[in-house]
Design a protein around this ligand. Sequence first.
Ligand SMILES: Nc1ncnc2c1ncn2[C@@H]1O[C@H](COP(=O)(O)OP(=O)(O)OP(=O)(O)O)[C@@H](O)[C@H]1O
Ligand SMILES: [Mg+2]
Length: 197
Amino acid sequence: MISLESSDLISTGTVRDCYLHPNNPNLVIKLPAGEKREARLANIRELRGYQILMREHVDLFCISHCYGFVTTDRGTGLVCDCIRDDTGAVSKTIRNIIATESECDIRYNLQVVEEFCNLLISKNIFLFDLNPGNIVLKRMDDGTYQPVVIDLKGRYENHEFIPLSSHIAYFARKKLRRRCDELIDRILVYRNKGFWL
Ligand SMILES: Nc1ncnc2c1ncn2[C@@H]1O[C@H](COP(=O)(O)OP(=O)(O)OP(=O)(O)O)[C@@H](O)[C@H]1O
Ligand SMILES: [Mg+2]
């Protein structure tokens, strides 16, 4: 069994706590935050979402890969890549960057995100939970950013009445375009308002 310390906690989302793997700095362990259904199911949804993506694409460099479940003293966790900057620091989400770095170059950030969205659309990489808290910007030594999606459960969860986007590429592409537009809009709104909606 893996023992997790409070100091291993990287960050918390709505339904999961994300810990550094104590035995491997390149991995994280995600644990349900609380007993609610959404929290309990988040890891299995993410693993299923990951498996769907892996069936569609041989090699994806723009996501945090998942490796299955481990037992910890805080419950069963999902092991995934820990995304780090070239300096070794754990990469920050777009949301964190905008919220904590008042001097961040928003135009460059937007350009990076727009190029990333174009790549997802051109390669049919159907990632739907594209909010600024689910994408980290990995800082490279040359000063550029590489976006990496660190939350894949949106690919499995489909709340459409008739889930056409899960089966028909045309609808999936339309949904991806919509999600990309919403992502850009959110970044602008958050930046302009200076707080999180
Ligand atoms: N692979 C990773 N590498 C680095 N940091 C990560 C990674 N996965 C998660 N994190 C950090 O942990 C936070 C929460 O993770 P995650 O998005 O998986 O939780 P969640 O509760 O499922 O999210 P949501 O609020 O979108 O439902 C992220 O916003 C990010 O700061
Ligand atoms: Mg998330």
